[in-house]
Design a protein around this ligand. Structure first.
Ligand SMILES: *Cc1c(COP(=O)(O)O)cnc(C)c1O
Length: 436
């Protein structure tokens, strides 16, 4: 059997894996979800602690996709995508940090983006012409997507970013790869970039001729690999006690992947959603009222989201019931001042340097432990602190945080970007030239 996918807005209308992944969003504006989620078999649990991270990922992906991708191909995709570790570090007594930043762009988004790239390549292996991935980015997502698709045969990525509005290192991540990655520096805002991308998808004929697809964060293929590392964390815990997962959250893809891991059988005590002042979900958990609003800027900026795009998916997993979600997920939110103090305090007390997102998680872990002191908590550390070097130096001083070589070496590389205005017609003309 092959897994099918429904839209959260219309459970009756099913599509196959290829459509769900290449379309990303159903036409009804819902989100794709796997139709049936079975449990991992006993044979998995007999030997899961002895499996490698990639082997475990392969077995989990098989359980979710069923025969949608033949075993051998799926194994290759997972092994190629998950080629870096997710170590668990005990930072203080029974309080762990799961380091998800050992991938090429130093953030957990590498897991989802690398898997999606290889799966898209496989799904279009018999199609004519290159698959063209169009992305607008305000910073980090573009870097993870560019790196994930770099060198993946049969694909080409066009990234639009706003001129002068991303950090130097972020810009280098987009503009120095070359090969099948093309960066467009748009003389406008992030919203202009998004508008240009949308306008291209609306041009039906061009969109088909160029095999356009998007790589945005609500793609179902990004969630699946994010469930792997919840298992990887549980496996590294020294005592067999169900963990509480604390997830620094923005669009809530990461937390939704945790719920998926639990659904297929991972024993989990509880989930804690940690946010900065963009606290729409913690507020919802408290009151039952979902009130999305404009986002506020913070130092944990990857979580500055006022209308979390995966909220409907999360709610869907609880049958739309607030009480049920509240029973499994607790929410806490913190401001920048608390986050900064935590970066300092944890470093002073333990020598461990948390990035601003991880620090929000740490605060939530402490808040949870106040009323549940016997819990074993695992905070997902979503980015390497060197990605936020300015904040880290303000709190810890210079020279404490080392910038890993794969980031540091970028500053030497030469930027290559195509200059573009905000005019839609000019952008379409440029795109059409890619056909030749
Ligand atoms: C994207 C991101 C998040 C938020 O993850 P969601 O899945 O959107 O909740 C948290 N931390 C970092 C560093 C990120 O890049």
């Amino acid at each position: 059997m092959s897994q099918q996918f429904y839209s959260t807005k219309n459970p009756q209308k099913l599509v196959d894996l290829k459509e769900a992944v290449l379309r990303s969003l159903p036409a009804d504006n819902g989100l794709y979800m796997p139709q049936k989620i079975g449990k991992l078999e006993d044979s998995f649990w007999k030997k899961w602690r002895e499996l490698s991270f990639a082997e475990m990922g392969f077995q989990i992906a098989s359980a979710i996709f069923e025969d949608g991708v033949p075993s051998q191909d799926l194994e290759e995709i997972v092994y190629d995508a998950i080629n870096f570790p997710a170590p668990l570090v005990e930072v203080s007594q029974a309080q762990y940090v799961l380091e998800l930043f050992h991938g090429p762009t130093l953030a957990f988004k590498d897991f989802g983006a690398r898997f999606m790239a290889r799966l898209m390549r496989w799904l279009t292996r018999h199609d004519q012409g290159l698959l063209t991935i169009l992305v607008a980015t305000s910073g980090d997502t573009g870097g993870a997507v560019a790196s994930a698709f770099h060198g993946v045969e049969g694909t080409r990525v066009v990234i639009l970013y706003p001129k002068g509005k991303v950090s130097d290192l972020q810009e280098k991540q987009l503009t120095t790869l070359g090969g099948n990655i093309i960066a467009l520096e748009v003389d406008g805002t992030f919203d202009d970039c998004q508008r240009l991308v949308k306008s291209a998808f609306l041009k039906r004929q061009m969109s088909e001729e160029l095999n356009l697809t998007s790589a945005n964060s609500i793609n179902i293929s990004r969630l699946v690999p994010q469930s792997f590392y919840y298992f990887e964390a549980a496996r590294q815990l020294p005592i067999d006690q169900k963990p509480v997962f604390v997830v620094p959250s923005g669009n809530f893809g990461n937390l939704t992947a945790g719920l998926l891991a639990e659904l297929i059988g991972l024993p989990v005590e509880h989930f804690v959603a940690a946010t900065n002042v963009n606290d729409v979900v913690p507020k919802y958990l408290e009151s039952g009222m979902y009130e999305p609003r404009a986002s506020l800027s913070t130092i944990s900026n990857a979580m500055d989201v006022g209308a979390p795009s995966n909220f409907d998916r999360m709610l869907n997993l609880f049958g739309g019931h607030w009480e049920q979600m509240k029973g499994r997920v607790s929410g806490f939110s913190f401001d920048d001042q608390e986050t900064r103090a935590t970066i300092q305090n944890v470093f002073k007390q333990t020598g461990y340097s948390l990035d601003p997102h991880g620090a929000v998680g740490w605060l939530a872990s402490n808040a949870w432990r106040e009323s549940n002191p016997d819990s074993q908590t695992v905070v997902l550390e979503t980015a390497h602190p060197s990605k936020f070097i300015d904040v880290m130096e303000e709190e810890l001083g210079k020279g404490v945080i080392e910038i890993p070589e794969r980031l540091a070496c970028l500053s030497q590389r030469k930027k290559v970007a195509v200059q573009l205005g905000v005019d839609e017609a000019a952008f379409h003309d440029w795109l059409l030239k890619l056909r030749d």
